[in-house]
Design a binder for this molecule. Structure first.
Ligand code: NDP
Length: 302
């Protein structure tokens, strides 16, 4: 059976494609710049829909919010929104129109849905999604994945992901060299929560959602161990045999990224993966020390 993945050229998508191929799926990537027979454009999907042997559709596309080269302008914000809403809507429409429906539609979202707090604990039932740019983005993104009643047999799974830790992308790629040269440390006071998940586990959770026919609805895509930003920096320093003493002042991130998006690092929320644990999902890296060791030494496969 085949799987359609948008964003399959990205950090999470690449690792996911590898894992799916390893367990025997035929993977097709939807991309703005397809290269090769296993890739297709968005207009291909709009025009031709889904083939009958499509087992699942996964959306991991989205303009990188932390793109340092892009200023936080109205235009860029619009790109961040459109790249998520448009891609999700095209896939939802293809599923609605498919003669033979896929079993699952798995969509990424973010823990930015929940309001940053030093005291609150958030499960999937907790309120959120309506207080700032990132939370409203998550709400609208998730809404675009809604399917018509005729597609009600398709399991829709939304993964509200924490910060994904892996050597080949995301925050670790950005922080690796400061830590390597011994000048790494927490962001600001480091007291803010740092909702995280190792790349193998976010990939594992998506695979679990595709294959386990009981899984549907929202899953918090975070590790079971909640840590603060300082605890994360300490774990990464330890794993790399480097100090983690040099805090990155909050105002520096605010200047580089603007407060609205720097928030992802300067503020945080304590997120509990209640439903993933209830479903019996097992993590390769449930604790921050083992995840950081894997990122430092590349002992995992991406
Ligand atoms: P990447 O930044 O690696 O990008 C994923 C893919 O999205 C790209 O390879 C690209 O595919 C596609 N894309 C980028 N910009 C656009 C655009 N303007 N329009 C359409 N498609 C675009 O993302 P990650 O793999 O890190 O993350 C995957 C998803 O998970 C994203 O939606 C992200 O917001 C979300 N997420 C990620 C977290 C993380 O820590 N990495 C945390 C929480 C959520 P192509 O060039 O082939 O079109």
């Amino acid at each position: 059976r085949s799987i359609r993945i948008s964003g399959g050229t990205g950090f999470v998508g690449r690792a996911l494609c590898g894992a799916l191929r390893q367990v025997g799926y035929k993977v097709f990537v939807v991309s703005r710049t397809p290269e090769g027979p296993d890739m297709m454009t968005w207009s291909d999907v709009r025009r031709h829909g889904l083939p009958t042997n499509c087992k699942a559709v996964v959306n991991t596309a989205g303009e990188n919010i932390f793109n340092v080269k892009k200023k936080w302008t109205e235009d860029f914000q619009q790109e961040v929104i459109t790249s998520r809403l448009y891609t999700t809507s095209v896939l939802a429409k293809a599923i609605n129109g498919a003669e033979k429906k896929p079993e699952a539609f798995v969509c990424m979202s973010g823990v930015g849905y929940y309001k940053p707090s030093q005291t609150a604990e958030y499960t999937e039932e907790s309120p959120g999604g309506d207080f700032d740019f990132l939370s409203e983005l998550s709400t609208n993104w998730e809404k675009c994945s809604e399917l018509k009643p005729e597609a009600k047999e398709v399991r829709r799974v939304i993964i509200r992901s924490g910060i994904v830790l892996g050597r080949q992308g995301g925050v670790i790629r950005d922080m690796y060299f400061p830590f390597y040269f011994g000048v790494g440390g927490p962001v600001g006071s480091g007291q803010q929560f740092f909702p995280w998940i190792h790349i193998n586990d976010i990939v594992g959770l998506i695979l679990f959602a595709i294959e386990n026919n009981k899984v549907k609805g929202v899953l918090n895509g975070v590790a079971p161990q909640a840590v603060t930003n300082r605890e994360f920096a300490t774990a990464l320093g330890k794993a790399m045999w480097r100090p983690s003493l040099f805090p990155l002042p909050k105002f520096v991130l605010n200047v580089i990224f603007s407060p609205e998006r720097a928030k992802i690092m300067t503020e945080g929320q304590k997120v509990i993966p209640k439903r993933a644990l209830e479903y019996g999902f097992t993590y390769d890296y449930p604790d921050i020390d083992s995840a950081c060791r894997a990122c430092a030494h590349l002992t995992y496969t991406e």
